[in-house]
Design a binder for this molecule. Structure first.
Ligand code: FE2
Ligand code: FE2
Length: 151
């Protein structure tokens, strides 16, 4: 498997999960050790990247999966993923206030986000992404992979 140049949806989006997790951990560490400027810029990169990732899933990946696999967003895993995205965005809003200094950082939203992303990412990587690789045609898969890497 070529991890330098991932071609499958599973490789590319799982790589993006790892990249975002690394940014999230670095932002959390910087905030804890008092590097406010560094924490703010790492968090901004994480926040922008995660919102982009969610947008690519909801605007490109899930519609293609619904069309090709017959899954419907009203039921089952796609609907669950979309509901979790809204919960993730709610936690991001709370974290924006913590990282800007507007709200005290008590670690609760970051802990919840970390746990939520771990479970969410695992479900996508084990179920939805492999299904996308099996059902979506090569050209459309490549355009989704290209989009996730355009940030
Ligand atoms: Fe997702
Ligand atoms: Fe994802």
């Amino acid at each position: 498997m070529d991890t330098e140049n991932p071609r499958t949806i599973t490789d590319a989006l799982a790589d993006d999960h790892r990249r975002l997790e690394d940014l999230r951990e670095r932002a959390e560490d910087a905030l804890r050790t008092g590097g406010r400027g560094e924490a703010t810029s790492l968090f901004a990169e994480f926040d922008r990247g995660l919102r982009h990732h969610i947008r690519v899933e909801e605007e490109l990946l899930f519609p293609a999966l619904e069309r090709e696999s017959g899954l419907r967003r009203e039921f089952g895993p796609i609907g669950v993923m979309i509901a979790e995205h809204r919960a993730i965005e709610g936690l991001l809003e709370r974290l924006v206030r913590e990282f800007s200094g507007e709200a005290a950082a008590d670690g609760a939203p970051m802990g919840q986000l970390s746990a939520m992303l771990e479970a969410h990412d695992a479900k996508e990587e084990m179920v939805l992404y492999p299904m996308a690789d099996r059902t979506i045609g090569a050209a459309e898969r490549e355009s989704i992979v290209a989009k996730i890497r355009t940030r």
